[in-house]
Design a protein around this ligand. Sequence first.
Ligand code: 5GP
Length: 121
Amino acid sequence: MDNQLLMSEKTIFEKIIDREIPAELVYEDELIVAFKDVNPKAPVHILIIPRKAIPRVAEANEEDQQVLGRILCKAGEIADKAGVKESGFRLVINNGKDGGESVPHLHCHLLGGRPLEWPPG
Ligand code: 5GP
């Protein structure tokens, strides 16, 4: 497989990580990146993603424990910066077709800024 083909297989989120397309970044470290969702479903809607291209949670493995832990451990800090730590927020990871996954790069939605219904539709 040549480089062109490999490059064309990048997901939109890999392009955001590589700064090839713009996004409003709110947090980053050596393992994860967080940025505002382009089509927000709540007043605060942030996506927290691993730098590593793990397609979805069902394909994560033992060696991904640190990065997956980082996503959860940093969620409170990211929510705090976004002003929703006290009011509350929800973390969602969609997996596969029925789960509503549309971008095949694992991402955790952080939603807040309004009361969220339960269960989701
Ligand atoms: P999923 O449906 O896969 O769980 O979530 C994908 C999310 O990515 C959606 O909420 C969608 O609005 C968001 N998204 C898709 N393309 C882009 C983009 O180019 N930039 C940003 N910031 N968010 C995106």
